[in-house]
Ligand binder design. Structure first.
Ligand code: PLP
Ligand code: SF4
Length: 344
């Protein structure tokens, strides 16, 4: 993760306070800032805050405002506040469990599955999630300069089996609209690319990142566009966010959501059913429910396989089929995500 100050601003003139880039710059950047903002007395918490985590705190004020400061187990707070739990060790947990580094065919490009390639568009995120499986990923190797972009285009030209390009990160929506547009224009030249997919959690942190310009550039590009939001809990679906998602949907973008199953945050069928229903109200279909990866520092969020299956089966008994996300795990070397229940 790179400091927020490294995020490029398009305009030299000062940005308005309600501009997303300004709001990103104004985010809360330490655990103390977050606790002070919420007026939470650290000593009163039933767990120990860790002020020295190398993966630093970052929370937008929009998201902080969705936290119930009276509840030390608030599901948004627990995703963002670093605690001593991150120092636990667990056998089998490692820094790069997905062995992603080995599929890094070029700096910034991960080609693991046959027809789709993942582009690390931007290293920074609007928020830092404590469960993040990319927290140890070597982002410094994945900055995209002009030469690297040209090399990526070359690689894509030479791989006609790739028909979908996936924007990932970090978070691709950390990039300005102008730079996103340039990137999309460059990719448009690769004729066999049909589909553009953007994976992002930024709208959760900054709903107004969904700017008119962003919607326009998706509408204008030649790709079949999909936006996959990363929303884990119904509390993250603020009114401002659902409004923006509805606009996106009406402009013709396919909207999907993926969640991570997280202990003490959303590891019960009731919360996840409510999430599915709320997503659908906003025009979004649930896509994946990921079981957590075995990443060091995230052990306290881990949900065991049997518990995950039980939750999923309870969801299945309550939801319309199309509101049931696929329960998956990422297993290195596999040709796709692995469905945990293949034949329920
Ligand atoms: C998850 C992932 C994809 C996308 O997989 P889908 O099953 O199509 O959502 C692509 N590339 C990489 C490296 C991934 O981890
Ligand atoms: S937004 Fe995604 S990539 Fe960024 S810290 Fe959160 S989980 Fe990790």
């Amino acid at each position: 993760m790179i400091p927020v100050s490294a995020i490029s601003l398009d305009s030299k003139s000062p940005l308005k306070a309600d501009h997303w880039q300004q709001q990103m710059a104004n985010s809360l950047k330490t655990a103390s800032e977050l606790l002070n903002y919420l007026v939470i007395d650290e000593q009163s918490l039933p767990y120990v805050v860790d002020h020295n985590q190398p993966f630093n705190t970052r929370v937008t004020r929009h998201l902080a405002d969705l936290i119930d400061a009276q509840d030390p187990y608030d599901p948004i707070l627990l995703q963002l506040l670093p605690t001593q739990h991150e120092n636990q060790q667990r056998e089998g947990f490692s820094l790069d469990p997905l062995m992603e580094q080995s599929y890094n065919v070029l700096p910034g490009l991960v080609h693991k599955y046959k027809n789709r390639a993942l582009l690390i568009v931007h290293q920074a995120c609007a928020i830092h999630c404590r469960y993040c499986f990319r927290r140890h990923f070597n982002y410094q190797d994945n900055g995209l300069n002009g030469q690297q972009r040209a090399d990526i285009i070359d690689y894509l030209q030479q791989h006609p089996e790739i028909n979908e390009i996936i924007f990932s990160g970090g978070d691709p929506l950390s990039l300005s609209d102008k730079k996103l547009q340039q990137l999309i224009e460059q990719l448009s030249e690769v004729r066999h690319l049909k589909n553009l997919r953007i994976h992002t959690r930024t709208p959760v942190a900054l709903p107004n990142r969904i700017t008119d310009e962003f919607m326009q550039l998706l509408a204008d590009c030649r790709f079949n566009t999909t936006l996959v939001t990363h929303i884990n809990h119904p509390n993250e679906l603020a009114v401002e966010l659902t409004e923006k998602l509805s606009l996106l949907k009406n402009s013709g973008v396919t909207l999907l959501n993926q969640s991570v199953l997280l202990k003490n945050i959303n590891d019960n069928a009731q919360t996840l059913c409510e999430l599915s229903e709320k997503l659908f109200d906003a025009g979004v279909l649930p896509y994946y429910l990921h079981t957590p990866d075995d990443v060091e520092g995230t052990q306290h969020f881990y949900v065991e396989r049997e518990a995950a299956i039980k939750i999923w089966q309870q969801m299945q008994a309550q939801l319309s089929g199309f509101l049931l996300p696929r329960l998956v795990k990422e297993i290195p070397q596999k040709q796709s995500k692995t469905w945990i229940i293949e034949n329920p």
